[in-house]
Design a protein around this ligand. Structure first.
Ligand SMILES: NC(=O)c1ccc[n+]([C@@H]2O[C@H](COP(=O)([O-])OP(=O)(O)OC[C@H]3O[C@@H](n4cnc5c(N)ncnc54)[C@H](OP(=O)(O)O)[C@@H]3O)[C@@H](O)[C@H]2O)c1
Length: 470
């Protein structure tokens, strides 16, 4: 069976890729927007670079394929509803043109009448993909909260449980949901390629029903933490979103989109998962325990912020040549191998810290949180491995070349654009902080930070070299 996996660098797609690779009867092809963001290049995977907005690349990706997974959304864009509509329509048309037999799609649980804008758009995508049942079969899975290491919902609950013994919560904590472990989601998606049905199917998936309050308390139990919740009627969605932004790694825009969805129930509405699949989903507590174990043992395959989207869509993020201010430090390696130096700077950020003055980074992270940004509690996916697209606190990896270069783009709230680059060249480590200011305020910002930058960046390069000797 020839399978096309789209969204292969996203949270679900990266995990499904490994599952599909276990099946020796599958020939796997990926559609990705940037080849460089693929974590592991395996010979037997065919990679097509393209986008659903480029119909030529879509046809190249879809022709010759039996089953195509649609794991795409454009949430990072302001006009995501329109983009998602066009994307799904282009995909459906190209799949029919190429004679693809089946589309497998994963959307969200919930009713259109009460759904948030984001969920409505996911429902619309499912409707478009299923709109031509005579010509192409569509299996549309619908999942609510997905529990897995690195998933946004899981990270939110984990962070508030860890940080807050007592919580004053909004009323939505009593809303019913039906969470499901990410491994079960992957199993359903995998079996979706094979399931025997000539008709389109909508398959609602979830483990046991519970309220968000139960999810918080049960996660506390698994973590060995007793937590107390006091729901009050006066916490508006805005305050709740802000509160989540401060205490979790999620920025305000994502928090508010999630909070918007929490007011309506997200529970299973049909029994097609039992009728067509032989899967018994793990309990909520089992999925939580598995996710925590993956985090502790440094085995997180994908995270909510992995998608390269924002960077891909804003080409300018790569354009350090336009930077007006540069703080450059150069140190000779004096015989230290480039491999050792690379292995030192590649561990930057997260729990490893920033090579000194971490309290200053944390203050900057807190200020970022106050302005609705990522802050420094997003951490890293893996303690000493980075790939393009990874988040590192409030930075995003936009280039990494083994034993040579690491380029980070600042996702913090800034009056301009900033990059941090490490390059090993001619027996030297060159560390550069680039800044492109927005107007006068941007310039004042840069000038006011010169003394702090001097301290932080001088210390940083010296400690990178020091650590590479250990
Ligand atoms: N994650 C959850 O908790 C959850 C829960 C319920 C349902 N779902 C559903 O599962 C599906 C996948 O979600 P996810 O969390 O894996 O999303 P994600 O991590 O944000 O990944 C989205 C993927 O879409 C790709 N993409 C976006 N626009 C594209 C385009 N025009 N052409 C080609 N690729 C494009 C992105 O590619 P780049 O890597 O190049 O940016 C990225 O790989 C979605 O339909 C979502 O609604 C997810």
């Amino acid at each position: 069976m020839k399978i096309l996996l789209t969204g292969a660098n996203g949270y679900i797609g990266r995990r499904l890729k490994y599952k599909l690779l276990e099946d020796k009867s599958i020939e796997l092809r990926l559609l990705v927007r940037d080849n460089k963001a693929i974590s592991s290049k395996i010979d037997k995977i065919e990679i097509i670079e393209g986008s659903t907005f480029d119909t030529n690349s879509l046809k190249i990706a879809l022709c010759g394929v039996d089953v195509a997974y649609y794991l795409i959304h454009s949430l990072a864009s302001k006009d995501y509803e329109e983009k998602d509509r066009v994307s799904a329509k282009n995909f459906l048309d190209a799949a029919i043109f190429c004679g693809v037999k089946r589309i497998v799609y994963l959307g969200g649980l919930g009713d259109k009448d009460t759904a948030s804008t984001h969920l409505k758009s996911r429902i619309e995508t499912g409707e478009i993909l299923s709109s031509n049942g005579d010509k192409i079969n569509t299996i549309w899975f619908r999942a609510g909260v997905i529990i897995g290491s690195g998933s946004a919902s899981f990270e939110i609950i984990r962070n508030i449980v860890q940080k807050l013994p007592i919580m004053i919560t909004p009323k939505w904590v009593d809303t019913k949901a039906q969470p499901i472990g990410v491994d079960d989601v992957i199993e359903y998606l995998y079996q979706g390629a094979y399931v025997g049905s000539d008709n389109n199917l909508v398959v609602d998936i979830g483990a046991e029903q519970m309220s968000y309050k139960d999810m918080i308390l049960k996660m506390g139990e698994v973590m060995g933490l007793r937590r107390f919740l006091f729901p009050v009627p006066f916490l508006s969605p805005k305050i709740s979103s802000y509160w989540l932004t401060i205490f979790t790694p999620i920025p305000y825009n994502i928090a508010s989109s999630l909070i918007d969805g929490l007011k309506s129930e997200v529970v299973v509405k049909n029994n097609n998962s039992e009728k067509y699949f032989n899967i018994i989903p793990k309990s909520y507590k089992e999925s939580v325990a598995k996710a925590l174990m993956e985090i502790e043992s440094n085995q997180v395959i994908s995270r909510w912020s992995d998608s390269y989207g924002e960077i891909w869509e804003k080409e300018h993020t790569k354009d350090i040549a336009n930077a007006i201010f540069i703080d450059r430090k150069i140190v000779k390696l004096n015989g230290i191998s480039s491999e050792d130096v690379f292995n030192s700077f590649i561990c930057i950020g997260g729990e490893n810290g920033w090579f000194g003055y971490d309290f200053l980074w944390n203050i900057r992270g807190f200020i970022d949180k106050l302005f609705g940004g990522y802050g420094t509690n997003r951490g890293r996916r893996d303690s000493c491995n980075l790939r393009i697209g990874d988040g590192v606190d409030f930075w995003k990896v936009i280039d990494v070349t083994e034993n040579k270069r690491l380029l980070l783009f600042a996702q913090m709230k800034l009056p301009g654009k900033a990059w941090l680059e490490f390059v090993i060249e001619d027996d030297k480590l060159i560390q550069s902080a680039y800044f492109y200011p927005n107007g006068l305020f941007g310039r004042l910002y840069w000038y006011s930070l010169i003394p702090l930058h001097w301290l932080i960046f001088t210390n940083m390069i010296n400690n990178i070299i020091k650590n590479s000797k250990n």
